[in-house]
Design a protein around this ligand. Structure first.
Ligand SMILES: [Zn+2]
Ligand SMILES: [Zn+2]
Length: 359
């Protein structure tokens, strides 16, 4: 990074200039860290479906943006109020929360009252933007990690050990945390329960691994792609089903104690909801419309797996090290310059979790 002045730097970032992409890698000017911000030199970023949904739904009149929200990197500089981080510290970057509202004070940052503005507002809460040179906006999920550098509020960083493979850890910040947290926190799956997991992308497969950790007796993975279902089986699914078959509900007629829908497909969600046992719990993580629950069942709309990143990401790393959460099986690395290829591979379902190597 070139330091152009005391508080302004040239970074490179993948910019979305028109709906659907492609992204173009451009040089941009970014200001230095304010009081409690940290400048992170990104080593890697995962690509999450939310990035692709944003690309495909973006209104061009809103101006160009930098996406990316599964960053991992090294602290390069800190603001004057930052005490816990110093230059050279390896960090994983997770979602943004304000740290001050009633929900954050209660220890529920995933329910932060400012969650939407902070993660989808493409600006700081005070309305400012760290990107200076043009009309391009950053701050997506408080990071915009499809870039060489990100400015992040220190509370949204998770410190990790230098001994760990930092690039591999990037996707823990959103997709993997969401899948695992949904099983372990939101649904609190108990030993012996049956779990249906709709969709075998990175969120669904993280849920499969977590259901095994939780001691679920039956773990049923449902997807359209045979290769993903084969992987689901290796990661702990006790049964796999093709989501396109007509008699899916009949195949699940024994009923489910819990289910996770990662697909956002309302029709499939209705089938899922119809096989939930009395007192069953269903979690919908794709953020779309939810089917109506049958009497006596609970439907939850889940954000980030109800996970507190600074507690949960270290726990996921320990589970990875002990062999219970082998999320490296989902990851395919790409060079940052191959970002459009990586996105195309994720769209086709060929790559489950693309991780860009940056810098
Ligand atoms: Zn808050
Ligand atoms: Zn995400």
């Amino acid at each position: 990074m070139n330091q152009d002045s005391a508080d302004q730097h040239t970074i490179s970032a993948a910019v979305l200039r028109s709906r659907g992409g492609p992204l173009t890698i451009e040089s941009l000017l970014m200001e230095g860290p304010r009081g409690n911000e940290v400048l992170v030199r990104l080593v890697a970023s995962g690509i999450c479906h939310t990035d692709i949904d944003m690309m495909d739904g973006w209104d061009d009149t809103m101006g160009p943006i930098v996406l990316g929200h599964e960053g991992a990197g090294v602290v390069e500089a800190v603001g004057t109020k930052v005490e816990k981080f110093r230059s050279g510290d390896p960090v994983v970057v997770s979602y943004a929360f304000c740290g001050q509202c009633g929900q954050c004070r209660k220890g529920r940052p995933f329910d932060c009252l400012h969650f939407f503005e902070l993660n989808f507002g493409f600006r700081r809460l005070d309305g400012s933007n760290a990107l200076r040179s043009s009309d391009v906006r950053g701050h997506f999920f408080g990071q915009s990690s499809f870039a060489s550098h990100a400015l992040v509020a220190s509370r949204n960083l998770v410190p990790v050990s230098r001994a760990l493979p930092l690039a591999l850890l990037a996707p823990l910040g959103c997709g993997l945390q969401t899948g695992a947290g949904t099983i372990l926190h939101s649904l609190a799956v108990a030993p012996g329960e049956s779990v249906g997991i709709f969709g075998s992308g990175s969120v669904g497969l993280a849920a499969v691994m977590a259901a095994r950790i939780a001691g679920a007796s039956q773990i049923i993975a449902i997807d359209r792609q045979p290769a993903r279902l084969a992987l689901a089986r290796e990661l702990g699914a006790t049964c796999v089903l093709d989501s396109r078959q007509d008699d899916l509900a009949a195949q699940l007629a024994a009923g489910l104690d819990c289910l996770v829908d990662t697909t956002g497909d309302l029709e499939l969600g209705r089938v899922a909801a119809s096989v939930l046992k009395p007192r069953g719990r269903a979690a919908f993580v794709a953020g779309g419309a939810m089917p109506k629950p049958m009497a006596g069942r609970r439907h939850l709309s889940v954000i980030q797996g109800d996970a507190i990143p600074r507690l949960f990401i270290p726990e996921l790393i320990r589970l990875f090290q002990s062999g219970w959460f082998p999320f490296d099986r989902l990851v395919q690395f790409y060079d940052f310059r191959q970002i459009n290829q990586a996105i195309a591979d994720v769209r086709r379902g060929e790559t489950i979790k693309a991780v860009l190597r940056i810098g």
